[in-house]
Design a protein around this ligand. Sequence first.
Ligand code: SF4
Length: 67
Amino acid sequence: MTTPRIELALDKCVGGGQCVLAAPQLFDQDEQDGTVILLRQPEAADIGSASQAELVCPARAIQLIEE
Ligand code: SF4
């Protein structure tokens, strides 16, 4: 099984930061406007928290893509 890739829709992001709370190793926020920054693509150990981030994002701006 391959590890899913994260795709961000930055135009949808409202900067709430729930993704950072769910997966601080993967996401950060821009200091100016709070929009999400992807720190790196997930590894196998990150799948749980990456899925949680996808789930809690109120703007549906995070997608895990299975390749
Ligand atoms: S949870 Fe979604 S809307 Fe909020 S900062 Fe992260 S990507 Fe943006």
